[in-house]
Design a protein around this ligand. Structure first.
Ligand code: DHB
Length: 309
């Protein structure tokens, strides 16, 4: 059988298929369930300095081809997520912290705390679309650069950046130039398409309440955009930054497409929300089968092997 094990920033992952930050990963019992599942890692909910209840409900809706959410960063506060890795060590897989500052000066505080914790990797979220009055940092290249400058040299644990989707080659190049200025081991691309609006024609209302119905679009709607982002950043950054692809991974074929585009691993968000914990082992087995059928010894062997048409 082909191997789906992978190494990211020197950390071994038993599978390159694991959960995305966001769905069902806020509390320790939820994180334990991910630990006991087929997920190749345990990615924790993006956290903030203080605990947050998040936005008003309904704030998540399933859609025919995915999901929309405006959760508003409900989380227990970062001190809890610094403690959880001790409880999660028994699962023998990497634990990834995700952090989201409410202001630039929060980022070094959170990163320093996780540098002292037992997490394996730190994902710096520059792309949350759902906090009222706060823009997505990743669309402001100077602000992104300034925040990453605050994080340089804070510790030895590998740092990654969770990026929003970009839609213009100039923007890919601008963000790639920012990333090259800092010690960034991996990028996770992409976050949801921010500030989408889904309307229920029968009720004549949006399907979620916060922000007048505007929220992050995930699932199948996102996959071509996510693949384009993985491909473009792989072209621009090459071997110096590893890539975790996320956006519309429901099947092993989806995961294989991300690997061809240049991903080392994939995260599963909406499909985990909709299918539950069984999705990880299923997608991993489907990916192994497609790698076998195509003669690749491992997911790593297929990385970036997208052919020209
Ligand atoms: C939330 C949504 C995101 O896409 C994200 O990156 C972080 C937080 C949220 O609404 O909770």
């Amino acid at each position: 059988m082909a191997s789906t094990q992978v190494t990211i920033a020197g950390i071994h992952f038993p599978s390159c298929v694991f959960n995305a930050s966001g769905p069902r990963d806020v509390t320790l019992p939820e994180l334990r369930e991910i630990g006991a599942s087929g997920s190749g890692a345990i990615v924790m909910k993006s956290c903030t300095p203080e605990p947050r209840d998040g936005n008003e409900e309904p704030r998540y809706a399933d859609l025919p081809l995915g999901s929309i959410n405006s959760m508003g960063l409900p989380n227990l506060g970062y001190t809890q997520y610094c403690e959880f890795p001790k409880d999660l060590a028994e699962y023998g897989k990497p634990v990834i912290a995700s952090l989201a500052g409410m202001q630039p000066s929060d980022f070094p505080v959170l990163v320093e705390a996780f540098q002292k914790s037992d997490v394996d990797l730190i994902e710096v979220n520059l792309s949350c679309p759902n906090v009222k009055g706060k823009p997505q940092i990743g669309y402001d290249f100077e602000a992104s650069d300034a925040i990453l400058s605050l994080l340089d040299g804070l510790g030895d644990k590998p740092l990654g950046v969770k990026l929003p989707p970009y839609f213009d080659f100039v923007h890919f190049e601008s963000m790639a130039a920012v990333l090259k200025k800092h010690k960034i081991a991996f990028i996770t691309c992409v976050n949801s398409i921010g500030n989408a609006l889904v309307i229920d024609a029968e009720t004549e209302r949006p399907v979620i309440r916060p922000k007048g119905g505007f929220g992050g679009l995930g699932g199948q709607y996102l996959k071509p955009t996510a693949l384009a982002n993985v491909r473009k950043f792989h072209e621009l950054l090459g071997d110096r930054v590893q890539i975790i692809g996320v956006g519309g991974v429901y099947t092993g074929t989806d995961a294989f497409e991300f690997v061809l585009a240049g991903a080392d691993a994939v995260q599963v968000g909406t499909a985990f929300m909709q299918e539950g914990l069984g999705c990880f082992a299923r997608i991993d087995q489907e990916l192994q089968a497609i790698l076998d059928r195509k003669g690749y010894a491992s997911a790593a062997d297929a990385k970036g092997k997208l052919k020209a048409l």
